[in-house]
Write a protein that binds this ligand. Structure first.
Ligand code: PEP
Ligand code: MN
Length: 332
C-alpha cells in the first residue's frame, strides 16, 4: 500500500513513523510517500491522522504500477524526453564497449549524421569470462565524457558494481544497470539516491515480477526516473543468444508506469536479426531502442557478432520513422 502523507510533516517525524510502520519512504513534491507491504489493504490506524491519500496495490509492484500512476512517467535527460504523452521513441546507439578515442570519434560522426543524440558504450564490462576484455574502466568513462562535452551527446553507460557507481553517476547522463547486475542491491539502492535516469535491464533469468521489483528498490529510494529494458531472456532455444520477450513487453506496458526501452542486439546476439527485431519493437509503441553499432564489428573487443555495421545501422534508421508514425509515435 502507498500513502502520501500531509505536507507539513518533518523529516524526523517521517523517519520515526516509517520505522514504527516498516515503511520505505521518500519525499516527492514536498510530501512524504510511504510504501508499506502490498499485503496491507487499509491505512494503518497509527498513520491515519498523517495520511492525505492512499493507493492499494495487488503485489509488491507498487510505485511502478498503473494502480499508483495511470500515466507512463516522463523521464528527461539532455535533449530528450520520453514517456508522458510525448509519443517519443528514442534511439540510443553505440558500440558494446569503449575501445579507443578513435572508435568513439567514428561513432560520434555516425550518430551526428543520423541525428542520434544518445551514445551508449560500456566502460566497465560485466563479462561472462574473466579472460576476455573487461573494459577501459575510468579511462573509458572519461572518453565518453569527452564525447559529451565535444558533441553534446547524452551518455548511457553501465555500472558494473557498487565500487564504480559514484564515478558513473557523476559522468553519465543515464546509468545503465546491466542484466547481470539487476539484483545488485548496492547498485539499486545507490541509484535510488540520485535523480539521474536509470536504465534497468532485465536479468536473463528473472521473471517480470522480479524485474519490476528491482525497479521498486530504485523508486522507493526516491529516484522517480527509472526506465525498464527488456534485453532477452534465456529459454530452451540455442540458435539465438536469448529470446526477446515481447509478451513481457505487452505485460509491462499494461501494468507498469515506467518507460520501456528495448535492446534487440543483446537478445538476438547476431547482427542479422537486429534490424527486423528493432522494427518489431518500434511497432509495439515502445519508448526507446538500444542498438549496438561498431565501425568494424568483426574487430570488436566484445559482442562482435551482434554489432551492426554503419551501413546496416543507416538502413535501419531509414525504416523506423514510418513505423513509429504508424503507431502514433515519432523517433527522436
Ligand atoms: C551491454 O549493454 O553491453 C550489456 C552488457 O548488456 P546486458 O547487461 O543486457 O547483457
Ligand atoms: Mn554488449
Amino acid at each position: 500500500m502507498i500513502l502520501q502523507l500531509r505536507q507539513n510533516i518533518s523529516h524526523e517525524e517521517a523517519t520515526t513513523l516509517a520505522e514504527a510502520n516498516q515503511a520505505a519512504f521518500f519525499q516527492e513534491n514536498g510530501a512524504y510517500i510511504f510504501v508499506l507491504s502490498s499485503s496491507v489493504k487499509s491505512v494503518p490506524s497509527a498513520l491515519e491522522a498523517y495520511t492525505d491519500k492512499s493507493w492499494v496495490t495487488d503485489s509488491d509492484i507498487q510505485l511502478a504500477s498503473k494502480q499508483y500512476r495511470k500515466e507512463v512517467r516522463e523521464v528527461k535527460w539532455g535533449k530528450t524526453i520520453v514517456g508522458g504523452n510525448t509519443g517519443n521513441t528514442v534511439m540510443i546507439a553505440g558500440p558494446c564497449s569503449v575501445e579507443s578515442e578513435a572508435q568513439l570519434e567514428l561513432t560520434a560522426s555516425l550518430l551526428k549524421e543520423l541525428n542520434v543524440n544518445n551514445m551508449r558504450a560500456g566502460a566497465f564490462k560485466p563479462r561472462t569470462s574473466p579472460y576476455t576484455f573487461q573494459g577501459l574502466g575510468i579511462d573509458g568513462l572519461m572518453l565518453l565524457a569527452k564525447m559529451r562535452d565535444k558533441y553534446g551527446f547524452s551518455i548511457v553507460t553501465e555500472v558494473r558494481d557498487a565500487t564504480n557507481v559514484e564515478a558513473i553517476i557523476e559522468y553519465a547522463d543515464i546509468i545503465q544497470i546491466g542484466a547481470k547486475s539487476m539484483y545488485d542491491h548496492g547498485i539499486l539502492k545507490r541509484c535510488g539516491k540520485t535523480d539521474k535516469p536509470i536504465l534497468l535491464k532485465r536479468g536473463f533469468g528473472a521473471t517480470l515480477q522480479e524485474f519490476v521489483q528491482c525497479a521498486e528498490f530504485v523508486l522507493s529510494g526516491g529516484n522517480p526516473n527509472v526506465m525498464l529494458c527488456e534485453r532477452g531472456i534465456r529459454t530452451f532455444e540455442t540458435k539465438t543468444r536469448f529470446t526477446l520477450d515481447l509478451c513481457g513487453v505487452s505485460y509491462l506496458k499494461e501494468y507498469t508506469n515506467l518507460p520501456l526501452i528495448l535492446d534487440p542486439s543483446h537478445a538476438m546476439g547476431y547482427a542479422y536479426g537486429v534490424a527486423d527485431l528493432s522494427r518489431a519493437c518500434v511497432a509495439m509503441g515502445i519508448d526507446g531502442l538500444l542498438v549496438e553499432v561498431h565501425p568494424e564489428p568483426k574487430k570488436a573487443l566484445s559482442d562482435a557478432s551482434q554489432q551492426l555495421t554503419y551501413d546496416q545501422f543507416r538502413n535501419l534508421m531509414q525504416t523506423l520513422q514510418p513505423i513509429a508514425n504508424a503507431v502514433g509515435r515519432q523517433m527522436v
